[in-house]
Design a binder for this molecule. Structure first.
Ligand code: CP
Length: 319
């Protein structure tokens, strides 16, 4: 594998899920791949899970790891070509990226949607510049439109807990005080369809996601109806995608919060969320603390999804 930004980069998803379970059972079995190889992790945005799980995965593989927080301790970076750089940004991304590539073998990038220009966000302008100019394999640690390491971990978690071959998996919008990107729900929908699950997405009208990610899923505007018979409930907030409201909050309706009454409509569904989560906005204390909550196993599987991706990128270096 040369780069990893989407489910398509993995090839056969079922094989990747099988490989993930093998890696989970033998986390330190591939250290020869990472010997004398360096991972550079670049964060344009904050992180807890991605930062720790990806470092841990790289260490499992015997890699050296460097972490750069672009907005803390590095020069502020200009990202627009053609700008007269007389402001507060002394370095351009177009020099910074190849310089970063000089010091490492693989680069991970976290660069969220900025909600300033939909075309820039949905063309994945930042991570694609790393792919184009770094000279190194690049993987997404959450980009503008997708969070594939999270979705991969979510699919591993569903495979480990599902009680039927084709579970009903419901992605539900839930309220949040800030405008959040669509990366997590986009990837979750796309990967859950690719995994062959029955996928239902429920949200208030106006929150439709980009169809390139939701093709194959059913949209149900009635949240209670969507929850009926569900095996997994995946809660997430996102801001509007459709024009003219791109990046805007259209609703903070707390009746969409996932609570025990709604979970009672399901077939004893498991509750999932990528974290961090705002309790009693997205989900009640009772639900997230219940035995059906998978939020910690999901986070634990981030180490595994990252290890499979790094393993494949390291194998690609050898090829
Ligand atoms: N789920 C996730 O990516 O968590 P962080 O933002 O803390 O990395």
């Amino acid at each position: 594998m040369r780069n990893f930004t989407s489910v398509h980069d993995l090839g056969n998803l079922q094989e990747a899920l099988k490989e993930a379970l093998e890696v989970k059972a033998n986390k330190f079995g591939y250290q020869h791949l990472g010997k004398n190889k360096t991972l550079l992790m670049i964060f344009f945005n904050s992180s807890l899970r991605t930062r720790l799980s990806t470092q841990k995965a790289a260490m499992n593989l015997g890699m050296n790891v460097m972490v750069l927080d672009v907005n803390q301790g590095a020069w502020k970076l200009e990202t627009e070509r053609g700008v007269i750089m007389d402001g507060d940004k002394p370095e351009h991304l177009l020099e910074a990226i190849p310089v970063m590539g000089c010091y490492c073998d693989i680069i991970g990038v976290r660069a969220f949607a900025q909600f300033e220009n939909k075309a820039d966000d949905y063309s994945e302008k930042i991570i694609n510049q790393f792919i184009q100019y770094s000279g190194r394999p690049v993987f997404s640690m959450e980009a503008a439109t997708g969070h594939p390491l999270q979705a991969f971990a979510d699919m591993i978690t569903i495979e480990e807990h599902k009680k039927k071959k084709r579970p009903k998996v419901v992605l539900t919008w839930a309220p949040h005080p800030r405008a959040l990107p669509q990366a997590v729900p986009n990837s979750f929908a796309q990967w859950a369809v690719a995994a062959g699950y029955e996928v239902v997405i429920t949200h208030p009208e106006g929150y439709e996601l980009d169809e390139q990610f939701t093709n194959g899923a059913t949209i149900e505007y009635d949240q209670a109806k969507a929850f009926e018979g569900a095996d997994f409930i995946y809660a997430k907030n996102w801001a509007a995608f459709a024009d003219p409201n791109y990046g805007k909050i259209l609703s903070t309706d707390r009746s969409w919060t996932v609570d025990e009454a709604k979970m009672g409509l399901t077939d004893q569904a498991f509750f999932m969320h990528c974290l961090p989560v705002r309790r009693n906005m997205i989900v009640t204390d009772d639900v997230i603390e219940s035995e059906q909550s998978l939020v910690i196993p999901e986070a634990a599987n981030r180490e595994i999804s990252a290890e499979v991706v790094l393993k494949r990128l390291l194998e690609g270096l050898e090829g």
